[in-house]
Design a binder for this molecule. Structure first.
Ligand code: MTE
Length: 322
């Protein structure tokens, strides 16, 4: 990953630019109180924003048990400091260049080792699933981190609907390939389309989320609208954006960053403070938006989710399988 320093310095962000998570929560409570829970449900679990009108409100329940206590980053931080090379390599590029991207209509092609395959509309994919809000830590391989209130549902619940066969050992995901809509794809900085993958047990793990929103609204384009993966114990590059294909496969998929530099980015990419990136230490991280003094903090094994996920890797050498 290019360690670009071109992004804006969010440590110097003005307090007036920040929407604190508490404010968002109290606004939401007001809305729920005013409309009543039934009316909120009636708004539909899945609201479709009109063309060009930005994010639409979602109905969801909060999953406190699977949320961390860390204060979430502001909406401003989460939506202006991004990695999304389809729209450029600077942190500020995606917010600017993905503004007019049309994430609807959308469909996802499901294939490979499963009984149910074919092309599904975004609505087919999402509508059967109750949405949850989960506040997760997010750790980029570039050694910065955030805390993000995602809205989504467990990936495993979706995958079960396709009835994977016993030959399905991994799941592969692809991002849209359309250089006219994703101008970064006209540059050969990566092998397009962006591909990611998970081992089947990782994909079925209850922490693995398919995100359709954040801060209570549909995903902004720069964060991977309309559908992106979230695996909070892995480095952020695993969380592939704008998914158009899901394939059940027997062999470990060749993933984009591993293809680009196999000694720097592995398939598993579990957050591990003891295994440094060849070009920088992974022992600590810079929490975006935490000010000059609160910013540096130690990185936790599996990004703090070791209790939930370490057993997936029992017996594996995590230095070799990084
Ligand atoms: N998905 C696609 N398709 N293209 C990308 O460049 N960048 C990855 C990941 N998913 C990327 C992607 C990286 S390196 C990170 S850290 C996260 O998206 C950033 O997610 P965010 O911008 O929502 O914070």
């Amino acid at each position: 990953m290019r360690s670009t320093r071109k992004g804006r310095n969010t440590d110097t962000i003005l307090p007036s630019e920040i929407t604190p998570y508490e404010k968002y929560l109290s606004r939401r409570a007001l809305l729920a109180g005013g409309l009543g829970a039934a009316a909120l449900q009636a708004l539909g679990a899945w609201a479709t924003p009109a063309r060009g009108q930005g994010a639409a409100a979602l109905a969801f329940t909060r999953n406190a048990a699977l949320s961390v206590e860390d204060p979430p980053n502001s909406y401003q931080d989460i939506t202006t400091y991004n990695n999304y090379y389809e729209f450029g390599t600077a942190k500020s590029d995606p917010a600017e260049r993905a503004r007019d991207f049309q994430a609807r209509p959308w469909s996802v092609a499901v294939g490979g080792e499963a009984e149910v395959t074919g092309r599904f509309t975004l609505e087919d994919i999402i509508e059967p699933h109750p949405l949850e809000e989960r506040v997760y830590r997010f750790r980029c391989v570039e050694a910065w981190s955030m805390v993000i209130p995602w809205v989504g549902f467990p990936l495993g619940d979706l995958l079960k609907r396709f009835k994977p066969t016993s030959r399905a050992k991994y799941v592969a995901f692809k991002t849209l390939y359309d250089p006219k809509r994703m101008p970064g794809q006209t540059y050969r900085i990566l092998d397009w389309p962006y591909v990611e993958g998970l081992r089947m047990d990782e994909a079925m793990h209850p922490l693995t989320l398919l995100a359709v929103g954040l801060y209570g609204k549909t995903l902004p384009n720069q964060n991977g609208a309309p559908l992106r993966l979230v695996t909070p114990w892995k480095y952020g590059f695993k969380s592939i954006k704008a998914i158009v294909a899901i394939d059940f496969v027997e062999k470990m998929p060749r993933t984009t960053w591993a293809l680009s530099a196999s000694d720097e980015y592995g398939f598993f990419a579990n957050v591990n403070p003891e295994v440094d990136h060849p070009r920088w230490s992974q022992a600590s991280e810079r929490r975006i938006g935490a000010g000059l003094f609160g910013a540096r903090r130690p990185t936790l094994p599996f990004n703090g989710y070791a209790n939930q996920v370490a057993s997936l890797y029992a017996g594996m050498d995590l230095r070799r399988n990084f």
